[in-house]
Write a protein that binds this ligand. Structure first.
Ligand code: DON
Length: 307
């Protein structure tokens, strides 16, 4: 559909005129060095067409977008028992907040806040060494994207390992409630590495397409998850994927989405397409400022809002 190519081209042009680009994440030293001027967008439709504009083939740090893939893997391993370890409610707090954890005895509100993703990483470690669990995650993402070139950016993983004191605190705090089965260092090793996956907009859109296609991978025809599970992952992305900015994102865009502090956002238009945008400058909630604007434009022009 030529209309979608014109759309991504228009969005890229409109974004280029914006002067307020937000602030890059500076609490991870490797991310602080990224130029906020980058912008990329990719749409992959369920019938396999791709429409890209800007820097859609430049790899960036996917950060918390990876939590969609670790959640999918953990659900595959333990099914609904996962919900004994982590909740399904929006937190209304920042992604790295610790306050609810004490009141809720170390059980994180949802799998997308940092504490929740750390709990999910603990589940993925069952029966594995950290290196093996990390390997499984990389293999899964490569399989979903149909691309064996996807790797972890070791510099970013190392940078966060050195400075991720807040996550160390979250993990140790959860362990103090008996909510982690493995040593915090092992769990965080898995967590920091999956956050450091480097992917392009095109790769990320391909990897997320199963969520738009009722759990099937249109590229291989294979089933990744059941339709019901895809629907539920999408529900969590809608309600929790942008942390304390999830309500605003649902209001403006109306599609399930997962953001990362690298400035990427993966969005699912059920039955239609998966979309990835990348603009490194963030808003006050740690979500891509211009990425959100680009998606708002896309939702308006396509009418793909689920509402
Ligand atoms: O743990 C962290 O703080 C980062 N590795 C990921 C945070 C993140 O991407 C939040 N998203 N907007």
């Amino acid at each position: 559909m030529d209309g979608l190519q014109a759309l991504v081209d228009d969005i890229r042009r409109e974004i280029a005129t914006q002067t307020e680009r937000g602030r890059v994440a500076d609490y991870i030293p490797q991310l602080a060095a990224v130029d906020p001027g980058h912008f990329g967008i990719a749409i992959t439709t369920v019938d396999g067409q791709e429409y890209v504009a800007g820097e859609a083939d430049t790899a960036f740090s996917i950060q918390s977008v990876s939590k969609v893939f670790t959640l999918t893997l953990a659900l595959g391993m333990v099914g609904d028992r996962l919900w004994n370890r982590v909740g399904r409610e929006p937190s209304g707090t920042p992604f790295n907040s610790i306050v609810q954890l004490e009141r809720e005895q170390g059980k994180p509100r949802n799998p997308f806040i940092n504490a929740g993703a750390i709990a999910v990483a603990d589940v993925l470690l069952a029966g594995h060494q950290p290196k093996e669990a990390i390997g499984e995650i990389v293999q899964f993402v490569r399989f979903l994207a149909g691309d064996d070139t996807i790797v972890i950016d070791d510099k970013v993983a190392h940078s966060e390992t050195e400075t991720g004191f807040r996550n160390v605190a979250l993990a140790q705090f959860m362990r103090s409630f008996g909510k982690l089965d493995h040593p915090a260092e092992h769990v965080l090793g898995v967590y920091f590495h999956h956050c450091a996956l480097a992917m392009t907009c095109r790769q990320l859109s391909r990897a997320g397409l199963f969520l738009a296609a009722g759990g099937r991978s249109p590229a291989t025809g294979g089933t990744v998850v059941s339709p019901g599970r895809a629907r539920r992952i999408n529900a969590l992305m809608l309600t929790c994927g942008h942390y304390d900015g999830s309500g605003d994102f649902a209001y403006r865009v109306g599609l399930p989405g997962k953001s990362g502090v690298g400035g990427g956002i993966l969005v699912v238009a059920p039955g239609k397409a998966s979309i990835t945008v990348w603009s490194p400058g963030l808003n006050e909630n740690g979500n891509s400022l211009l990425g959100s604007l680009a998606l708002e434009m896309l939702a308006q022009r396509t009418g793909w809002s689920i509402f």
